[in-house]
Design a protein around this ligand. Structure first.
Ligand SMILES: NC(=O)c1ccc[n+]([C@@H]2O[C@H](COP(=O)([O-])OP(=O)(O)OC[C@H]3O[C@@H](n4cnc5c(N)ncnc54)[C@H](OP(=O)(O)O)[C@@H]3O)[C@@H](O)[C@H]2O)c1
Length: 234
């Protein structure tokens, strides 16, 4: 059985992953067991478990404005933490799987393909792109760009003029498990639609709101590459 070490295993996505059956043997490590800011801690885990892959989930995501208020925390956890993981994984030929975000794209025209130019729109996405840089340098890696959320939709209001590929975490997890053997960058998500339309399918009471520039209008991505890979995988 292929061993995958998971960092940040007390986080939201890891909690979902724990409930899914798969052909992989996951080794879940939380912040206490594996601190991505400590090279020794990373090395000890790699030596002890000898994973073939590391699914790097540890980091800082919400609330979004923490990345504007506390730049050091954001840089440390998302950029330096990821660099530490890649540094140690590359020395031991451990494949790195990194969850990036669709917010690394400029958010203007939508339909972004994996090779389109990047222009993060806030500090969170800059920090995720910072992490991506180290992962991009290591070719034994997979970068997944996505935009996911909890089921049911957590907010009472949703943008009707913002288009994205929002996907529920559990659906994203199932897709990611199918492409773990791939390398490079892959956009992952649900159909391109407004956040309101996505949210309404699950919660008829959700109210429409409109972004007046505080949120990029077109962060939707092309999923052509993903669809091709999934077709061949089935
Ligand atoms: N959620 C999304 O919509 C989304 C979309 C695209 C990509 N992603 C990425 O997917 C990954 C997982 O997301 P998530 O929603 O599960 O994030 P999350 O809930 O914030 O989980 C991150 C985990 O990392 C832990 N952590 C913090 N500092 C650490 C350290 N020094 N060493 C090891 N672990 C540490 C956190 O612990 P504490 O909470 O105790 O500090 C937390 O348990 C993140 O990299 C995120 O950027 C998420």
């Amino acid at each position: 059985m292929i061993k995958i070490l998971v960092t940040g295993s007390d986080g939201r996505f890891a909690k979902i992953l724990k409930k899914i059956n798969s052909k992989y043997k996951f080794i879940f490590r939380n912040k206490k067991q594996l601190n991505v800011l400590s090279t020794t801690s990373i090395l000890n885990n790699f030596k002890r478990f000898k994973p073939k892959l590391v699914l790097h989930l540890a980091g800082l995501s919400r609330p979004m404005n923490v990345h504007e208020k506390n730049i050091s925390k954001s840089i440390n956890l998302n950029i330096i933490g990821t660099c530490n993981i890649v540094n140690q994984a590359s020395k031991r030929k451990i494949k790195v799987i990194y969850l990036s975000t669709s917010y690394v794209y400029p958010g203007k025209k939508g339909g972004y393909t994996e090779n389109d130019p990047l222009k993060p729109w806030n500090n969170y996405s800059w920090s995720k792109l910072g992490g991506e840089c180290a992962v991009q340098m290591y070719k034994n890696s997979l970068i997944v760009r996505l935009c996911m959320t909890e089921k049911p939709f957590v907010h009472s209001k949703a943008f009707a003029n913002v288009k994205s590929n929002f996907i529920f975490q559990e659906d994203a997890a199932k897709i990611i498990l199918k492409i773990l053997n791939k390398k490079g960058v892959i956009n992952v998500g649900g159909i391109s639609q407004s956040i309101y339309k996505f949210a309404r399918k699950n919660n008829k009471k959700v109210k429409k709101i409109y972004s007046k520039g505080e949120f990029p209008l077109r962060t939707d991505m092309s999923l052509k590459k993903l669809k091709g890979l999934l077709k061949n995988a089935n």
